[in-house]
Design a protein around this ligand. Structure first.
Ligand code: AMP
Length: 192
């Protein structure tokens, strides 16, 4: 089973993706994690994307599609969870083509719905928790970058809701409940 978790920054996509990996042997493909890794290890690509990411803007379709293409050729285990990808209509089209090349398809697109003020609080908390635990705080977890990230979501990513609705693969669930509530709602969709 291959699924997309769709939603703005702070909606809980990463948390839910990790649950699905543990419990269903699925593979989380987070382009954000892949890009942060490239940035931290200082690869050429990492250097190119660093400033864009810190600002909160999207990196080019070409870069993220390349990252995903590579991963789709590897082990598929219980299927892929796309987390933070696709974020543009061009990425969505490319994903459809890449899956088709592998004789795979998209089974569900699950939209996590949350209010903007909750997102801001969650992201501020995430930064505070990381700071308290002596971990590095994401360079884009600050109010200014968050505003840019939210705008990028509404402008470039939210059209995917209509796109996947039209394709008949979209289910929207309430992302405001507890982690366990959201997890149960996702399980209902996947087990239906
Ligand atoms: P995330 O961890 O998903 O919030 O992503 C962090 C940052 O990485 C985003 O703000 C973008 O700069 C970049 N990024 C991650 N995924 C994508 C994507 N699919 N397309 C473009 N940029 C992305």
């Amino acid at each position: 089973m291959n699924i997309i978790l769709l939603g703005p920054p702070g909606a809980g996509k990463g948390t839910q993706a990790r649950f699905l990996c543990d419990e269903r042997d699925m593979i989380q493909l987070s382009t954000g994690d892949m890009l942060r890794e490239a940035k931290d290890s200082g690869t050429e690509m990492g250097k190119v994307v660093a400033a864009v990411m810190d600002r909160g803007d999207l990196v080019t379709d070409e870069i993220v599609i390349g990252l995903i293409r590579e991963k789709l050729q590897g082990n598929k285990k219980g299927g892929f969870i796309f987390d933070g990808f696709p974020r543009t209509l061009a990425q969505a089209d490319a994903l459809g083509d890449l899956l088709a090349e592998q004789d795979e398809k998209l089974d569900h697109v699950i939209e996590l719905q949350v209010d903007d003020d909750v997102l801001v609080k969650r992201i501020v908390n995430r930064a505070e928790e990381a700071r308290a635990a002596g971990q590095t705080v994401r360079a884009d977890d600050n109010e200014e970058s968050l505003r840019v990230r939210l705008m990028a979501y509404y402008k470039q990513t939210s059209p995917l809701i209509g796109y996947y609705h039209a394709k008949g693969s979209l289910t929207s669930i309430d992302g405001l409940g507890t982690m366990d509530d959201v997890k149960a709602d996702i399980a209902k969709v996947l087990d239906a």
